[in-house]
Design a protein around this ligand. Structure first.
Ligand SMILES: C[S@@+](CC[C@H](N)C(=O)[O-])C[C@H]1O[C@@H](n2cnc3c(N)ncnc32)[C@H](O)[C@@H]1O
Length: 214
């Protein structure tokens, strides 16, 4: 089963425009605000990379604040929907394309002022490699904002539940990790000033803002 967001509800913070419980919409809003604030220090209009963009809600909502947003997703269906939404909105500074960071990086290092990964790092095959690729793609001083689904940070045995669901073909590969793990992995690839922000999305979600040393 492809790791597309259709079965997993589009994540917890990125897709703000879908119909959601009020508390979750508020969490979306706060997560989006954090992405915007991370762009402010940039002098020129920032170039942004978003991986696992889903149907493009975050990229389109943030487009007025960015120079250009390059948003990618492994799923052609997600990109098709995102592109339709872009046309409706008339955004000209967002590019949606099907792709991943699982193999060779798509562009030269030090290309982006900011990178966003919302509800995706638990789905990528090699999280450390993805983090390293993001680190390399950022310019010195560039920011990285990620909303992490930390299934290992609750008492619910998600690992076992997902294994059973996978036996019946009802779940994609999902990596279970806790917030300490993801924070440590970010530190290990070289990110600094790693801060967790409260967005009110519950204990399972860690919204992390960090940067590449300048
Ligand atoms: C849970 S959804 C999150 C979508 C969006 N970021 C949000 O917060 O609403 C996960 C998205 O990641 C995409 N995805 C899964 N594995 C991927 C990979 N290895 N590389 C790029 N995108 C991937 C899925 O297709 C899906 O759209």
């Amino acid at each position: 089963m492809p790791n597309d967001g259709s079965r997993w509800g589009g994540g917890s913070t990125g897709t703000c425009s879908r119909r959601r419980a009020p508390w979750l919409s508020a969490a979306c809003r706060r997560a989006a605000d954090i992405a915007v604030r991370a762009l402010v220090p940039s002098a020129s209009p920032p170039t942004v990379l978003e991986i696992g963009c889903g149907t493009g809600s975050l990229a389109l909502e943030m487009s007025p604040f960015a120079g250009h947003i390059h948003a990618m997703d492994v799923s052609s269906e997600m990109i098709r929907i995102a592109s339709q939404k872009k046309q409706v909105q008339g955004a000209t500074n967002v590019t949606f394309r099907q792709g991943t960071l699982d193999g060779r990086a798509p562009v030269e290092p030090e290309h982006f002022d900011s990178a966003w990964a919302y509800s995706i790092l638990h789905l990528v095959p090699d999280r450390r490699r993805t983090l390293k690729t993001i680190f390399d793609l950022l310019k010195p001083g560039g920011s990285f904002i990620s909303s992490n689904v930390c299934l290992g940070s609750t008492w619910v045995p998600y690992g076992a539940i997902i294994t059973v669901l996978r036996w019946f073909g009802k779940a994609p590969v999902v990596h279970v990790y806790d917030r300490e793990t993801i924070l440590r992995e970010m530190r290990e690839v070289g990110f600094v000033e790693i801060e967790e922000r409260e967005v009110g999305a519950g204990g399972m979600v860690a919204l992390v803002v960090t940067k590449k040393p300048g």
